[in-house]
Design a protein around this ligand. Structure first.
Ligand code: HDD
Length: 731
């Protein structure tokens, strides 16, 4: 190669805006422009087709009609076979410091002066593209880092383990969880026979199932959801030394959930609940933030644990290997176009950069084939990498050939390697110029279709998970099992799953059994019977393993409290106390809480003193499940009216049932009593006191509004008040 060409290959400069600048090149803005055909011809009439006579047939020659119609006919592409329903956002990632250099040479993880642009897509797994957001399911949390060394994809979920240990079982898993093949029911739900049939025959899925039945599977929002890379990957440092690593995202707002009743209602009231929440938060400047942290295990410790690091059904308990914070991701820009960006983004766990490598985890190995393959199905072309959202900001030079929709115009004659005609370009990059070198792991063995013995313990970690939950979390998990298994029609499947649960914890199994009309399994530790179905459930029972609890898996024990972007509904009718509302509203807003005025109908409401307040949502357009807390201001006339309105009473009763903070003052206490707010202490209506009990805040008529607001804010910080569940009467 000639000297003059060599210096063309300069290091790429990437900053927070690099991807945005690249996308700008592809954006098109209709503002102030004439409508044209795809050929740029200006159109003068688009409401009528070209006809032979006003009442005559449309003419073949109508190129505008044909082009317009053909575009519509070809608008859809295959939705993702899993994770079809998703929402995306742009942002950046920035490491806190350079300390990770000891373990990885990945520049975007080790240079604190660098903000690397990212695109994140959150998703559900089982449902179709148009399904509801709040279903019980794992959530995808896929991040594309547009680094100067090429795209790195961290294709994660919000649950740290997976159903299966080997990629070859993925098609079975997906078939089992998707709607049943004869009638395509149910949509976006695992609560059906084929799923539980498969799961009950797959003891390795037990750990994931415990997480899936927990509150993790019904997140409050994408902003309040953790992410986990699941597999053990490898970091490689400058010296070529490898370290095992698990990657985690921690939502800085903390991980919080809905309750199941609320999740189901939201699916009807607002199927776009998570999508809207993400979009609105970014529009309002409440940018979602996540901390990337890692668990590092030296290669020498590969066999130190009583589980296999290559087994994706296991976590490394944080109590054994603590999280090490790496940096922060901020999502600060909504996409311009859903299809062009969120739908067309294509992830692949094999998109790696120097400093990060894979391991022999057989699930990860399966994924390394599947993602590229699936994109070719979605795009009908290998050139999907040239679609703007998928383009790296690092330059792309190779000899990859033609194919549908090739965009880049490769210059020159030499489209092969080695060549002399093209001066040997594009050249091979030595390692010190960013050339990717696979970690030289020593591998040897017999060709064999088998699983390692070290993958056989399917119950220790599910037991650890169960042991680590609070009472409330356990209650929720058992109810979830009642729902999911209760929908399974075949009793033998319910029974078989109970056998798995029995091995997790007999008491847990008994609690589940009590709600699904099936007797407790007996003789669980018996030897295999020779019957495949029976044995599948009874084989591979782990014995003698330690099952400590790992409090860090509990969302409640590890709870992050906060008020930022929480939503409070203030319910009013004519006659409300204006000054009180304004004072409380101001205090809530100062704490970063979003306040919405709700009333029976939209329009303006008049306070007891004659002041007007604009209603933002009517009862018919909203519901308590769309808020984190509810406040009923004083004002006898207003409260009396609401006490006669089923919707208003239901609003309070439902928020109470969902363990949300609810607050009222003065005459409003009567409404709480009527709405079955029971098992909590109220303030004396005539007093100057504020009482806060289990998230129910009540104030006497003479109480200080500031004190009242502060106690309400304290209760909102905690999100839910589960202790209440024990004492309350269902609404
Ligand atoms: Fe997968 C999509 C996450 C196992 C095969 N997967 C997909 C997405 C996420 C995950 C977040 C959506 C990406 C997007 O938003 O476009 N998948 C995971 C995690 C797994 C996992 C965390 C376990 C640790 N997946 C897994 C296996 C296989 C696949 C074992 C196959 C062997 N996954 C796919 C896929 C998808 C996909 C079929 C469908 C759409 C896509 O890839 O782009 O290739």
């Amino acid at each position: 190669m000639e000297e003059k060409d060599k210096h063309k290959a300069k290091p790429t400069h990437v900053d927070e805006n690099s991807k945005n600048k690249q996308l700008e090149h592809f954006r098109s803005d209709n503002d102030g422009q004439y409508m044209t055909t795809d050929q740029g011809l200006r159109i003068n009439h688009t409401d009528d087709s070209l006809k032979a006579g006003q009442r005559g047939p449309t003419l073949m020659e109508d190129f505008h009609f044909r082009e317009k119609m053909t575009h519509l006919d070809h608008e859809s592409i295959p939705e993702r076979v899993v994770h079809a329903r998703g929402s995306g956002a742009h942002g950046y990632f920035q490491p806190y410091d350079s300390s990770l250099k000891e373990f990885t040479k990945a520049k975007f993880l080790t240079d604190p002066t660098k903000k690397t642009p990212v695109f994140v897509r959150f998703s559900t797994v089982a449902g179709s593209r148009g399904s509801a957001d709040t279903v019980r399911d794992a959530r995808g949390f896929a991040t594309k880092f547009y680094t100067e060394e090429g795209n790195y994809d961290l294709v994660a979920n919000n649950i740290p383990v997976f159903f299966i240990q080997d990629g070859i079982k993925f098609p079975d898993l997906v078939h089992a969880v998707k709607p049943e093949p004869d009638n395509e029911m149910p949509q976006a739900s695992a609560a059906h026979d084929t799923f539980w049939d498969f799961i009950s025959l797959m003891p390795e899925s037990t750990h994931m199932i415990m997480w899936l039945l927990s509150d993790r599977a019904i997140p409050r929002s994408f902003r309040m959801m953790d992410g986990f890379g699941v597999h053990t990957f490898r970091f490689i440092n400058e010296a070529g030394k490898a370290t095992f690593v698990k990657l985690h995202w921690r939502a800085l707002l903390g991980a919080h959930s809905l309750v199941w009743d609320e999740a189901q209602k939201l699916a009807g009231k607002d199927p776009d609940w998570h999508r809207r929440d993400l979009w609105d938060a970014i529009e309002k400047g409440d940018y979602p933030e996540y901390e990337l942290s890692v668990q590092l295990v030296p290669e020498e410790d590969e066999f130190k644990y009583d589980f296999d690091l290559l087994d994706a059904t296991k976590i490394i308990p944080e109590e054994l290997v603590p999280l090490r914070p790496v940096g922060k991701m901020v999502l600060n820009r909504n996409p311009d176009n859903f299809f062009a960006e969120t739908e067309q983004v294509a992830f692949h766990p094999g998109n790696l950069v120097p400093g990060i490598d894979v391991t022999n985890d057989p699930l990860l190995q399966g994924r390394l084939f599947s993602y590229l393959d699936t994109q070719i199905n979605r795009f009908s072309s290998i050139n999907f990498t040239e679609v703007p959202i998928n383009r790296p900001v690092a330059p792309v030079h190779n000899h990859h050939g033609a194919g549908f929709m090739k965009m880049t115009i490769g210059k020159g004659k030499a489209n092969y390697w080695p060549n002399s005609i093209g001066s040997g370009c594009p050249m091979m990059a030595p390692e010190n110029m960013g050339g990717y070198v696979h970690h030289m792991e020593k591998v040897e063995g017999h060709k064999i279709r088998a699983r390692s013995e070290s993958f056989n313990d399917h119950y220790s970690q599910p037991t650890m998970f169960w042991n680590s939950l609070t009472e409330a979390e356990k209650d929720h998990l058992v109810s979830a099992a009642h729902f999911e298994l209760g929908k399974v029609e075949r009793k033998e499947i319910r029974k078989r799953q109970l056998a798995n649960f029995y091995r997790v914890d007999p008491q847990f199994a008994a609690l589940v059994a009590a709600g699904i009309g099936v007797e407790m399994p007996i003789g669980q530790d018996s030897e295999p019977t020779g019957n495949f179905v029976e044995d599948a459930a009874s084989q591979k029972i782990s014995k003698g393993k330690s099952v400590p609890s790992s409090p860090s898996v509990s969302m409640e024990i590890d709870k992050v409290e906060g008020t930022k972007s929480r939503r409070v509904a203030i319910l009013i009718e004519d006659g409300f106390e204006y000054n009180e509302v304004m004072q409380v509203k101001e205090a809530l807003e100062a704490a970063g809480i979003q306040v919405t005025i709700v009333s029976k109908i939209q329009g303006k409401r008049i306070s007891s003193g004659g002041q007007e307040l604009e209603v933002e949502k009517s009862h018919i357009t909203t519901g308590s499940m769309m808020f984190d807390a509810v406040y009923i201001p004083d004002g006898e006339k207003s409260v009396r009216k609401m006490m006669g309105l089923g919707d208003a009473l239901h609003f309070v009763a439902e928020a109470f049932k969902h363990c949300k903070p609810i607050a009222t003052s003065g005459f409003g206490i009567n409404m709480f009593e009527k709405a079955f707010v029971v098992g909590v202490n109220f303030a004396d209506k005539a007093s100057g006191k504020v009482v806060s009990h289990n998230g129910v805040i009540t104030a006497g008529v003479d109480a200080d509004a500031g004190d009242f607001a502060n106690k309400f804010i304290e209760a909102i910080k905690k999100h839910r008040h589960w202790d209440r569940e024990k004492s309350m009467t269902p609404a």
